[in-house]
Write a protein that binds this ligand. Structure first.
Ligand SMILES: Cc1ncc(COP(=O)(O)O)c(C=O)c1O
Length: 461
C-alpha cells in the first residue's frame, strides 16, 4: 500500500519515505516564480491590478501543475507589491528574506500552537521569544506573552484579560478609555466583548496627537460620578495616522494610583523599545500591564506577526484557561491555546525568530533608524508653505495643503492618490478629524532619497 503511494506520481502529501523530489521541484519552481515577481516590481509598479483578473474556482478534477503555476503568476502579477520603492501607503513593508523562509518552514511543519504535544519545539520557542521581548522592554520574571494573528487580536487578548482581572466579566457598566486617535480595532474589541460605543470613552488629544492628560483626569472623574467601571486605559505608542506617542509616564502614574490596567498599543512603535534607539516618549513602557508589539508593521516580519506581552503571565492563564479536555498536558508547560483567544494557531513565531536572528539587534536598529531617516528627509524637503504636516517621533507623516476645506480634501486627496499611482507611488488617504489627508509611511527599506525627491517633486508641483 505504502509502495503504491510512493510510486504514484500524483502523491498529494510529502512522503515519509524517499526523497520528495516532486516537492523539491515544485518548491524550486515556486521560489523562482516569486523571485521573478520581486525582480520585475520596478516595471509593474506597486499596485498593478488588472480588472480582468480571474479567480478560478476548484473543479471536479484537480488541475495540472502548468495550470496552477500560470494562475499563481496571474495572482502575483495582480498583487500589491510591497518591495516596490513607491509602496509607501501602509504599514506593510517588504518581507524580510529570512522571514519568508520562516513561513515556508512553518507551513511545512504544520505544527499547531494549540498544544505542546502538537508543537513541542515551537511551543518552547514562542514562550522563550515572548519572554525575551518582555525582558528587553523591562518586564520582570513573571512576564511573558503570546503571539496572535495581528495587532487587533493582541489588543483583544489584552482587554479581555484586563476586564477579567478587574472582575468585571459581564458588567455592562465597564468602560475602556482610549485616545480619540487610537486605532479602530478598539471599536471592534468593544463590540466583540459584548459592549457598545458607550463603553468606549475617547479622550481628546493635544496638538501633537497625544492623549491630553487633563482630559484623561476629567474623564476618570466623570466615570466615577456615573458609576462606570474602568477595566483599562490604552496608551497608543504610535498612532496610525501620525505616529504620535501618548504620554506613557503620566498615564502609567494615573493607572498605578487608581489601580487600573494599562495596556499599551505598541503595534507601530513598540518594536523600538527592544532597541537602544532613543525615541521621545518611549520611556516607562515597563509600567504597563500589557503591550502589543506588531513586528509585521515595520521591520518586515511576514504577516501575520504580533505579540501580546504581559507583565504577569498568570493574568492570561486565569482569563483563558479551560482545561482543554481533549489534549494532554505536561507539567510546567502551558498549552498555548490556553492563554489567548485563538485555539489552533500556525507556527508564526518561526518567521519572527528567524527574522530577528538574521538581523540581530544591529540589523533591527538599522531598519528602524532608516525609516526615521526617510521620514526626516521627507519632512525636511516638503514645502512648509504649501502643506500642513502631521507627524511625530515615528516614521508616519500625514499632510494636506494649507487651508483646504474638509469637502475639498476629499477631491484633492483622491486626485493626488490617482496621479501618484500613475507615477508608481502608492500613498494612503486616511480620514482624520473630519478631513481626508495624504499619508506616507516610510517603512520601505527599498525607498531611497532619490525616490523621495521624485515623490516630493510630484507633490510640490
Ligand atoms: C496603532 C494600531 N493598532 C492596531 C492595529 C491593528 O493591527 P492589525 O491590522 O495587525 O490587526 C493597527 C493597524 O494598522 C494600528 O495602526
Amino acid at each position: 500500500m505504502a509502495e503504491d503511494l510512493i510510486n504514484n506520481k500524483d502523491t498529494y502529501f510529502p512522503s515519509y519515505l524517499g526523497t520528495n523530489d516532486k516537492l523539491i521541484t515544485l518548491l524550486n519552481r515556486a521560489s523562482q516564480t516569486l523571485c521573478e515577481w520581486f525582480s520585475k516590481a520596478d516595471k509593474n509598479g506597486p499596485l498593478p491590478f488588472d480588472e480582468s483578473f480571474k479567480c478560478i474556482m476548484p473543479a471536479e478534477n484537480g488541475n495540472s501543475e502548468e495550470d496552477l503555476f500560470s494562475e499563481i503568476e496571474s495572482l502575483l502579477n495582480n498583487s500589491f507589491n510591497p518591495v516596490h520603492p513607491g509602496s509607501l501607503a501602509h504599514l506593510d513593508p517588504p518581507p524580510l528574506i529570512f522571514s519568508i523562509l520562516g513561513d515556508l518552514i512553518a507551513a511545512g511543519l504544520n505544527n499547531n500552537l494549540l498544544a505542546y504535544e502538537l508543537s513541542p519545539s515551537v511551543t518552547l520557542l514562542e514562550e522563550s521569544l515572548c519572554k525575551w521581548f518582555a525582558k528587553r522592554i523591562g518586564f520582570n520574571d513573571f512576564s511573558g506573552g503570546i503571539a496572535a494573528s495581528g495587532g487587533t487580536l493582541s489588543n483583544l487578548n489584552a482587554l479581555i484579560a484586563a476586564r477579567n482581572n478587574a472582575g468585571l466579566g459581564s458588567n455592562p457598566n465597564s468602560v475602556l478609555l482610549v485616545s480619540e486617535d487610537a486605532h479602530s480595532s478598539f471599536i471592534k474589541c468593544i463590540r466583540v466583548m459584548g459592549l457598545d460605543s458607550t463603553n468606549l470613552v475617547r479622550i481628546k488629544t493635544d496638538n501633537k496627537g497625544r492623549m491630553d492628560i487633563n482630559y484623561l483626569r476629567k474623564s476618570l472623574d466623570k466615570c466615577s460620578v456615573e458609576n462606570k467601571k474602568i477595566f483599562a486605559i490604552v496608551a497608543t505608542l504610535g498612532t496610525t495616522v501620525r505616529g504620535a506617542i501618548d504620554p506613557i509616564k503620566e498615564i502609567s502614574e494615573i493607572c498605578k494610583q487608581r489601580k487600573i490596567w494599562l495596556h499599551i498599543d505598541g503595534s507601530i512603535g513598540g518594536i523600538f523599545a527592544i532597541t537602544s534607539i532613543r525615541i521621545e516618549g518611549l520611556n516607562h513602557i515597563n509600567q504597563a500591564n500589557s503591550i502589543t508589539i506588531n513586528p509585521q508593521k515595520i521591520i518586515g516580519i511576514t504577516k501575520t506577526s504580533s505579540l501580546l506581552l504581559v507583565s504577569n503571565m498568570s493574568t492570561l492563564e486565569n482569563t483563558f484557561n479551560t482545561g482543554l479536555p481533549y489534549i494532554s498536558s505536561k507539567e510546567n508547560i502551558i498549552n498555548r491555546g490556553e492563554i489567548g483567544i485563538q485555539g489552533s494557531r500556525p507556527a508564526e513565531i518561526i518567521k519572527l525568530w528567524l527574522g530577528l536572528r538574521f538581523l540581530g539587534l544591529k540589523g533591527i536598529e538599522n531598519v528602524l533608524k532608516s525609516s526615521i531617516k526617510r521620514k526626516d528627509f521627507f519632512i525636511k524637503n516638503i514645502s512648509k508653505n504649501k502643506f500642513d504636516i502631521y507627524s511625530g517621533p515615528l516614521h508616519i507623516i500625514s499632510f494636506l495643503p494649507k487651508n483646504l476645506e474638509p469637502k475639498d480634501s476629499d477631491t484633492w486627496t483622491q486626485t493626488k492618490v490617482n496621479e501618484l499611482i500613475n507615477n508608481n507611488f502608492m500613498l494612503s488617504r486616511p480620514k482624520f478629524k473630519g478631513k481626508y489627508f495624504l499619508r506616507v509611511v516610510m517603512g520601505n527599506y527599498n525607498t531611497k532619497e532619490s525616490h523621495i525627491e521624485e515623490l516630493l517633486r510630484l507633490l510640490n508641483v
